[in-house]
Design a protein around this ligand. Structure first.
Ligand code: AMP
Length: 398
């Protein structure tokens, strides 16, 4: 997949509408607790500023459900971005209409405007035509750097490009697409898929699509319990996504046909409840005793999985191995994070919780690529086109 990128264009003196993903977490005092998403677009922003463009940045934040909500204002983001850029960032208190127009009209080359939360208008998620046109009227050209939202056909991702023909991908999108394409186009073998977490049906399509690419699959979390149950083995009180069992059975059949190496945990940490003060112990087998809940992979599984990771040359990991938010049940996930960091492999991690796990393990900088968009990366690997990316492909534009 070859994209038109900002590198292919000349932006000097132009107004550029840049769709970014500044959907950062805020605490109850509206302080930003993690500014990774803002930093992730700095390359693109600085590149455009270097060309003396006028930047009109737009993002969503949280789920305001189409209505203004001061708790989801981008004001804290404007402040943080000003600090990171070392220059004033003007916040327009609306993203379309006279207020947005007024702020944008006062700019000169090299200025940065941040529009207020796009999702204060229901038309953003509905991909409304008049709203898309309203956004487009603020600029001469369009850049998408919001990878995490590019699987959504929203006004600022898709609708706007009908009115701004001059469009390109920013560096963040380019990096994400290159890393994910490397997984599916020419992965160095063996290719290992590590899949865990709780949202089984969101991920199982991706697993199915990768069956022809991967050599080994290791599972943890609710994903593993769903497969164990699909095999009619005992899972006790462990959380299982029962709706996904038929698909898990189908995948077992495909695995047998292809002779792929597929692992569920050899042993488990099981607890009487999922809480800090639970009683827990380690099983000596791959099933969970009746009355107990599987909350982490056990030491034999860690050893076996670490061996798979050492042998791999390409790794994609999505989803923790257990309830890693609870200290006693985090060991499996942390050990897997360390093993992935130690591996001599091209490693890609997607999904908020797996990213939190590598941060907790202190190994973030030893992972080849960390995806900023969990859902978008899953849909990409599932083989579904992403509406916001497909329209930036060279062969579509030229
Ligand atoms: P996901 O967003 O699908 O990656 O799921 C992440 C969540 O899965 C985390 O909040 C974990 O606590 C949860 N999780 C992982 N393993 C288990 C398990 N065995 N039982 C219940 N929840 C789990």
């Amino acid at each position: 997949m070859e994209l038109i990128t900002v590198r292919d264009k000349d932006y000097s003196g132009k107004r550029v509408f840049v769709r970014v993903d500044f959907n950062v977490p805020l605490d109850k005092n509206l302080n930003i607790t993690d500014d990774t998403r803002i930093r992730a677009s700095l390359d693109t922003i600085n590149f455009l500023l270097g060309q003396k463009a006028i930047l009109v940045l737009a993002s969503h934040l949280g789920r305001p459900k189409g209505k203004p909500n001061p708790e989801m204002s981008l004001a804290p983001v404007a402040k943080r971005l000003s600090e990171l850029l070392g220059k004033d960032v003007k916040l327009a208190t609306d993203c379309v209409g006279p207020e947005a127009r007024r702020v944008v009209d006062t700019t000169k080359p090299g200025d940065v405007v941040l529009l207020e939360n796009l999702r204060f208008h229901p038309e953003e998620e509905e991909n409304g035509e008049a709203f898309s046109k309203g956004l487009a009227e603020l600029a001469d050209c369009y850049v998408n750097d919001a990878f995490g939202t590019s699987h959504r056909a929203h006004a600022s991702i898709v609708g706007i490009t009908k009115f701004l023909q001059d469009k390109a991908a920013g560096f963040l999108i380019e990096r994400e697409v290159n890393a994910l394409s490397r997984l599916i186009e020419k992965p160095e073998k063996p290719f290992l898929l590590i899949i865990g977490g709780a949202k089984v049906s969101d991920k199982i399509g991706m697993l199915k699509n990768l069956l022809d690419k991967v050599d080994t699959i290791i599972t943890g979390g609710v994903m593993a319990y769903t497969f164990i149950r699909a095999n009619n083995w005992e899972t006790g009180n462990s959380k299982v996504e029962t709706d996904a069992i038929p698909l898990a059975k189908e995948i077992y059949k495909e695995l047998r046909k292809r002779h792929l190496e597929f692992h569920t945990p050899l042993d488990h940490v099981v607890a009487d409840k999922v809480s800090e003060d639970a009683h827990y112990f380690t099983t000596e087998r791959g099933t969970v005793p009746i009355g107990w809940t599987g909350v982490d992979i056990g030491p034999q599984a860690i050893e076996e999985y670490s061996d798979c990771i050492r042998r791999a040359k390409t790794i994609f990991w999505n989803g923790p191995m257990g309830v890693f938010e609870i200290e006693q049940f985090a060991k499996g996930t942390i050990e897997i994070a360390k093993a992935v960091a130690d591996a001599d492999a091209f490693s890609v991690i997607g999904g908020g919780d797996s990213i939190a796990a590598v941060q907790k393990a202190g190994v973030t900088d030893r992972i080849s690529h960390i995806c900023t968009g969990g859902g978008a990366s899953l849909e990409f690997l599932e083989g579904k086109g992403l509406p916001g990316i497909d329209i930036l492909e060279k062969r579509v534009i030229q």
